[in-house]
Write a protein that binds this ligand. Structure first.
Ligand code: TNX
Length: 523
């Protein structure tokens, strides 16, 4: 029996030493296909990176990421053919513009993509194959072993997004960059910035300077707020584009506009005098027509509106849309349009149509929350389904497309459970498995695959004040949403996801990311 015990022990010991097959790796989102082969590639200090022209940015990104993951200085060397990671573009790599192939064998790793973005996504996958440093890889000549095989991969949806509300609480350029870094490793390629709301106006508009001077001066809870200069915004756009991420700017209108009304009284239609006996509500905030409103630092929604019947309002939104469009290379401008509870429907509809025309005039496509489908939408417009499937269906019936962000599945500001110390719960508690176990094409019979441009996870920030709180609500749920958006439905599996997630938990721990240790995962 002693011999048996010894044999068993040796077997277990050997087994843990043997690196996992490539097909057992922990990549999130799970790739379309992985095949394993014998042997593997040893990444070490004299490994090289080589790249084809056009991929310098990607080669640099890979070098930096490997340095931070492993401590190794892997040099970029043209024409290296052994012990090398080769980056190249080949239009035949995949039928999908963002598709890539990775081939790993003893002397070489080849990452080939259809485009620069595709190679960048291939690099994100490759970096998830590099083992988390542990005792057996430190020492003077550390090696990181990557099992051999092939990965073929491409996204299900072209739009994979996250939204950050910088209006309820303001976040600095560096905080936004940090978030971009974290989410781009999950192949998120759109960051929607909610740049204005009742509590704050967060982007410089040169022709309306009081928007930031007054409207940007506070936030929920009465803190000092802040705003991005146009130079700051351009820097965010540049940083994101290096990571193949498109910035989608949102100016919410005609509701959610108290910060604009507090800055420029001429935009304020005032409030109808409450009916006799009516309980006064937050809406009395709107005060007198033509006069600026007080700044607002509470958490109510739905009490403000632009004056949709005045020409100056249209001059205002045209200036705002023009100035932001000029510094936005991406195709979309988001006009909000949600919860305009104090705008009459007969005013709301023509307002949205005019805003859509102005967005078109400045060369962008209109995105709006699902309520915008009450207006006549252009076929190029996109309705963001957050609350009502019937609105999404109205958009589809007009020939527009939809972006999928159901509040009950994809809202990162919902608490995980009743004990979560930050977040809201008006839509649902969203545990990790709730964020994972759904499919955009089965939410409603009439919303079909061909109507959907993609999936976005919004983070509203009424209760979120700093980087660590952003991280806590975002991770691990964003990894789940990223897999919903990238991976084919038939490759997705909750048990597989939660076991792959352990590796990511180790990475987040190492990188000081304050993620939620969901009890659904055996971390
Ligand atoms: C609803 S979702 C809103 C936001 C709030 C959010 C809080 C949407 C389009 N509007 O104004 O921040 O709920 O979860």
């Amino acid at each position: 029996s002693f011999i048996w015990a010894a044999l068993c022990f040796m077997f277990i010991a050997c087994d843990t030493e043997r690196p996992a097959k490539l097909s057992q790796s922990s990549v999130i989102p799970i790739p379309v296909s992985i095949t394993s082969a014998e042997g593997g590639f040893a990444l070490k200090s004299d490994s090289k990176i080589s790249y084809e022209s056009g991929l310098q940015n990607e080669a640099q990104a890979l070098k930096q990421r490997l340095k931070s993951l492993t401590g190794l200085e892997v040099n970029i060397e043209d024409g290296a053919s052994e012990n090398v990671i080769q980056l190249s573009i080949d239009p035949n790599a995949s039928a999908n513009e963002e598709g890539y192939l990775i081939k790993i064998d003893k002397g070489k790793v080849k990452i080939t993509g259809n485009s620069e973005a595709a190679v960048f996504w291939g690099i994100q996958t490759f970096c998830q194959l590099v083992p988390v440093p542990s005792d057996n890889v430190s020492g003077p000549n550390p090696q990181f072993f990557i099992s051999a095989g092939e990965i073929e991969d491409y996204p299900e949806y072209a739009y994979r997004g996250m939204m950050l509300d910088v209006a309820r609480h303001f976040f600095s350029v560096n905080e936004v960059k940090h978030l971009i870094d974290l989410i781009s490793t999950y192949k998120i390629n759109h960051l929607h910035l909610h740049l204005s709301d009742d509590q704050g106006w967060r982007i410089e508009i040169k022709s309306w300077p009081l928007l930031t001077e007054i409207g940007g001066s506070t936030e929920v809870g009465g803190g000092k707020g802040g705003f991005y200069t146009q130079e700051d915004y351009k820097e965010i756009v540049r940083y994101a584009s290096e990571r193949h991420m498109t910035i989608v700017p949102e100016i919410d209108m005609p509701g959610h506009t108290n910060s604009a009304l507090a800055s420029y009284g001429e935009l304020n239609p005032g409030i109808k005098v409450p009916e006799e006996g009516a309980v006064p509500t937050e809406r009395t905030q709107m005060g007198v027509a033509g006069q600026p409103t007080p700044l607002y630092t509470g958490r109510e929604v739905g009490f403000s509106t632009l004056d949709t019947n005045k020409p100056v309002t249209y001059q205002f939104i045209e200036d705002v849309i023009r100035e932001i469009s000029e510094i936005t290379p991406g195709p979309y401008f988001h006009i909000g349009g949600d919860e305009s509870h104090v705008t009459e429907m007969e005013d709301y509809i023509p307002f949205i149509e005019k805003a859509q025309d102005i967005v078109t005039k400045y060369g962008k496509k209109t995105l709006g929350w699902d309520e915008v489908a009450h207006a006549k939408l252009l076929p190029t417009s996109v309705a963001q389904y957050w609350a009502k499937a019937e609105n999404a269906v109205m958009a589809i019936e007009q020939g527009a497309k939809v972006l999928i962000s159901p509040a009950t599945k994809a809202y990162l500001d919902m608490k995980y459970d009743s004990t979560t110390h930050i977040g809201l719960n008006w839509a649902a508690y969203i545990e990790l498995d709730d964020a994972y176990n759904w499919d955009p094409t089965t939410l409603d019979e009439q919303i079909k695959r061909e109507h959907i441009i993609g999936v976005e996870a919004p983070l509203w920030t009424e209760t979120v004040t700093n980087r660590s709180e952003i991280e806590y609500l975002t991770f691990p749920r964003l990894a789940a949403i990223a897999e919903v958006a990238w991976s084919p439905q038939d490759r997705r599996d909750w048990d597989s996801f939660k076991s792959r997630l352990k590796f990511h938990g180790q990475r987040w721990t190492r990188d000081n990311v304050n993620f939620y240790k969901s009890p659904k995962v055996d971390w």
